[in-house]
Design a protein around this ligand. Structure first.
Ligand SMILES: Cc1cc2nc3c(=O)[nH]c(=O)nc-3n(C[C@H](O)[C@H](O)[C@H](O)COP(=O)(O)O)c2cc1C
Ligand SMILES: CC(C)CC(=O)C(=O)O
Length: 427
């Protein structure tokens, strides 16, 4: 973590601002710049939500329903934006969410993200379906904290191997993604017949003798109608290596053969009782978090099963379209949890003020997905660093202008909700 990040005098900000990339002063500009640099398949894969994308949009627009109540004359000359998380002092209360296949955006992929995160003192989440191995990512991260996102496979041995490797490499936690019993229906992916280009690999499963065939993953086995294996189909379909995620009418057939993102990410067999106690045991001493909780009821079940933390998430609107925006789901989860475990949130965060609002609504921490991918597509490591810097600087300025000097003091007294009739109400 950079030593200036902890307690940075506000007076440094003006001079720092002169070093900005003048082509890109906001995440919205970063998105636009990235758009021009990605091929269509990658752009669609990264940016799309499920179905008509309404949850994707609402994740973002939900932030517009709140306004900040700033306090003044409070000596904001020294602002501390840092928080403790996963055993490190994180320079700002946000991390980079796990997103699959980052080498689609830039040759350095996850390694560039890891370097940028390390230099900024920001925790990085790594997808199981990364295009770099978890060991290589850890090496680039050095002492900076990493967490590994898990899709728990039906063949538990594959998961055990991955978890053991993460433990050995020094990952702090596993985030079990719980919103993906099937893949959401992403129409552009289907239309584009999305596949990983042959020079890229789902690196964590390549080279393993059991998984060797994985490299063959996309060759000649894409179902022409539904290449991502989305949603339970209406009729029997056959694939050469696997039929995970598909129903064959009455009876589901578990995936066999090489691990591919089409076949193994979705796992409709998971249940609280079977997955969490097992995972707690296998993953210890790493923490076990669940990512993808969106209700108070499930938050209570998560606590009942002794998870170490909860990420309120709808997978960036890529799974159940029509689901509640994550910011709208957050308060009921926070209330159900009652401070017993940390509650994080992701989805739609595009500005430092969004981070502030999520924290004011009770989140302990925020994760950011697509903006880092846009940074990567724009300029590799430098682009991710830019993304981190924009969000960090915006958040710091927001704290200063709202009259808060410590993250733990951000509470609901700093927000009002904007009602449809234009009136505001205190929370
Ligand atoms: C291209 C892409 C790939 C993703 N891959 C994964 C993944 O492998 N595992 C996972 O749990 N979530 C994955 N996510 C979801 C993110 O972790 C996160 O929940 C989401 O991106 C947050 O929303 P945002 O992009 O609006 O910030 C992915 C999201 C995107 C956009
Ligand atoms: C490997 C994929 C299933 C990654 C993912 O979670 C996504 O594309 O949203």
């Amino acid at each position: 973590m950079p030593n200036t990040a902890d307690r940075k005098p506000a007076s440094m900000q003006a001079s720092e601002a002169t070093n900005y990339d003048l082509n890109c002063l906001t995440i919205a500009e970063l998105e636009k710049l990235a758009r021009e640099r990605m091929d269509k398949q990658t752009r669609d894969y990264y940016n799309e939500g499920a179905d008509d994308g309404s949850t994707l949009k609402e994740n973002q627009s939900a932030y517009g329903k709140y306004r900040i109540r700033p306090r003044v004359l409070r000596d904001v000359s020294v602002i501390d934006t840092s928080v403790n998380i996963f055993g490190q002092r994180n320079s700002s209360p946000f991390g980079i969410a796990p997103t699959a296949m980052q080498r689609l955006a830039h040759d350095d992929g996850e390694l560039a993200t890891a370097r940028a995160c390390r230099k900024a003192g920001i925790v990085m989440g790594l997808s199981s379906f990364a295009t770099s191995t978890l060991e290589d990512v850890k090496e680039e991260s050095g002492e900076n904290a990493n967490v590994l996102q898990l899709y728990l496979f039906e063949e538990k041995n594959h998961s055990i191997k991955l978890i053991e490797r993460a433990k050995k490499a020094g990952y702090k936690a596993v985030l079990l993604t719980v919103d993906t019993p099937y893949l959401g229906r992403r129409n552009l992916e289907i239309r584009n017949q999305f596949k990983l280009p042959s020079h890229l690999k789902i690196a964590n499963f390549a080279g393993n003798p059991d998984d060797e065939e994985e490299i063959e993953q996309e060759k000649g086995e894409i179902d022409a109608e539904h290449p991502m294996g989305h949603s339970p189909p209406q009729k029997i379909r056959k694939r050469r290596n696997s039929n995970a995620g598909w129903h064959d009418g009455e009876k589901r057939v578990a995936p066999t053969g090489p691990i591919t993102f089409h076949t193994h990410a979705p796992n409709p067999t998971l249940s609280w009782e079977e997955s969490i106690p097992w995972l707690k045991e296998v993953a210890a001493p790493m923490e076990v978090w669940v990512k993808g909780v969106a209700t108070g009821e499930d938050a209570l079940l998560a606590i009942h099963h002794n998870v170490d933390g909860i990420v309120v998430s709808n997978h960036g609107g890529r799974q159940l379209n029509g689901a509640l925006a994550t910011l709208d789901a957050l308060p009921e989860v926070v209330e159900a949890v009652g401070g017993r475990v940390p509650v994080h949130v992701d989805g739609g965060v595009r500005h430092g003020t969004d981070i502030f609002k999520a924290l004011a609504l009770g989140a302990d921490f925020v994760w950011v997905g697509r903006p880092a991918l846009w940074g990567l597509a724009y300029k590799g490591e430098e682009g991710v660093a830019l993304c981190l810097r924009l969000l960090s600087d915006e958040f710091r300025l927001c704290m200063s202008l709202a009259g808060v000097t410590r993250v733990k003091d951000i509470g609901k007294e700093y927000l009002v909700k904007l009602n449809r009739d234009g009136f505001v109400s205190r929370l």
